[in-house]
Design a protein around this ligand. Structure first.
Ligand SMILES: Cc1cc2nc3c(=O)[nH]c(=O)nc-3n(C[C@H](O)[C@H](O)[C@H](O)COP(=O)(O)O)c2cc1C
Length: 196
């Protein structure tokens, strides 16, 4: 059993999403003591934004030059890691109404035509990632999730659904400037119910 642990908060010591991700991992380890935890801290991975090398590499059918190979290699590593995991745990703080740029950069690297999604004969996208239990922890300081200012939750659901992942549970620590204790307790109870 492989658990892919993805953090994207820039804060290291004070991050609520990081501590909730840790709480999820520790409960998962209680339930599955032999689980292998694979860490992917996208906030500190210096992930590149897509550039022409990556775009060329993704769409090129012939031999790739050195730069294209380098660009595709990182994407391949991330795709293999993502597809090879059995459970995903994703920490996603809200930054300026959406997900952090580092998490978006990660998403841009794992959305690969022919590997994680493809277009069917009618031109519609079909996810190629096998559905897996996914726990998404979303934190916000003041914006309520589901409100018109929230471009996180629905975006994450849409993106993961595009790849084929639909078994998603959300632990919502939104409005944590005002409601931290209440939200943390609710998240903990929800996590227990998910794992039971
Ligand atoms: C760069 C930055 C942008 C933020 N933008 C928003 C925002 O648009 N809406 C909001 O409610 N909170 C915003 N916040 C507050 C964070 O969402 C909140 O502090 C959250 O707990 C961060 O996750 P973390 O504790 O895991 O780091 C922002 C925080 C930072 C650092």
């Amino acid at each position: 059993m492989k658990v892919l642990k993805i953090n994207s908060s820039a804060a290291k010591k004070t991050s609520i999403s990081r501590s909730e991700v840790d709480a999820v991992i520790s409960k998962l380890l209680t339930r599955y003591p032999n689980a292998e935890i694979i860490e992917r801290d996208v906030a500190y991975s210096n992930l590149p934004f897509p550039d022409d090398k990556l775009v060329e590499a993704i769409f090129q059918s012939g031999e790739l030059n050195e730069e294209q190979q380098k660009a595709a290699k990182l994407s391949d590593i991330l795709v293999d890691e993502f597809m090879g995991s059995d459970i995903l745990v994703i920490g996603a703080p809200m930054y300026n109404f959406g997900i952090p740029a580092s998490l978006k950069a990660y998403f841009d690297l794992i959305a690969r035509a022919g590997r994680t999604f493809q277009y069917n004969e009618h031109g519609y996208p079909v996810g190629l990632v096998e559905d897996k239990k996914t726990i998404v922890i979303i934190t916000t300081g003041g914006v309520p999730l589901g409100s018109p200012m929230d471009f996180s939750k629905n975006y994450i659901a849409t993106f993961l659904g595009f790849l084929g992942i639909r078994d998603i549970e959300y632990l919502e620590l939104d409005e944590n400037r005002f409601k931290y204790e209440e939200k943390r307790k609710a998240a903990s109870e929800k996590l227990d119910s998910i794992l039971n």
